[in-house]
Design a protein around this ligand. Sequence first.
Ligand code: P6P
Length: 309
Amino acid sequence: MRTLQDLAALGPHGARVRDAVAAIADAAVAIAQKLARAAVEGALGASGAVNVQGEEQQKLDVIADELVFAKLAASGAVAAIGSEERPQLETVEHAEGNLLVLVDPLDGSSNLDVNGAVGTIFTIYEAQRSIDPQAALRPGREALAAGYVMYGPGLVLVLTVGAGTHGFSWDAQEGRWVLTHPDMRIPDGKGYYSVNEAYAPRWSEDARARLARMKEETKLGLRYVGAMVADVHRTLLKGGIFLYPPDTKNPQGKLRLMYEAIPMAMLVEAAGGMAVAEQGKRILDIAPEALHQRTPVYLGSPSAVRYFA
Ligand code: P6P
């Protein structure tokens, strides 16, 4: 069985990002252990702080962020890190490596209180030794790698290192990540559509009309977990579309470009799917302007995404 040690063989950037991916994978194992004991340790619930997104921070958001930072900083491969939980890009002290990692340490954390699936999402770029941290942010098409960890009944790591999308499962007994889903290909013409339809009254009339036509013509069923990692993981395996249109509350969309939309778009495209922010705008071609900027997201099987592309 291939393991995460074989990353160099799975794509052109595998060797380049191996140590950073291993750091995230190590942090994920530690995070999973924290999640499993959270209720017992009283670690569920809000931390009392509000993050840079203006969202109520969960205690486990802070714990996950600190674990990911510590592992990435210790890896020796990373020069700078941008996190959903921190206002600015942060440089790594005495950095030897020159990778830039953007991360959502614990995505979907509002699901924690109901024991729902959550995830860690990341994008990896070659860092640019630029005085202006803003210049560090580049379109997703220039990224070296991306992936997510899903904390579900099993611990799963899905990533791309420049060619194909590959899934690993944590084997706690052997203490290793095993390649259980090599070269994932998104099914087309079947699966589910995945959207919080309660917000439809807040969408544009065009978005409502496009979704209605897609539902009528594709007859897809509906599944919605409310954690992007879980909804995208099912879309990759079963087919269909995950979408979060802009609405009157989030006119730019709710999901963050650098560490939610771009990594998921890389994974879906590498598995044969499509990922757009609006008609004619591929997510991986968006030129970022800010670390925490948001974007609409329509991603999944080509036959479903085409209604929005
Ligand atoms: P809503 C979680 O808060 C998140 O950022 C994504 O993981 C998820 O896809 C989305 O928001 C869910 O948003 O508005 O449906 O609760």
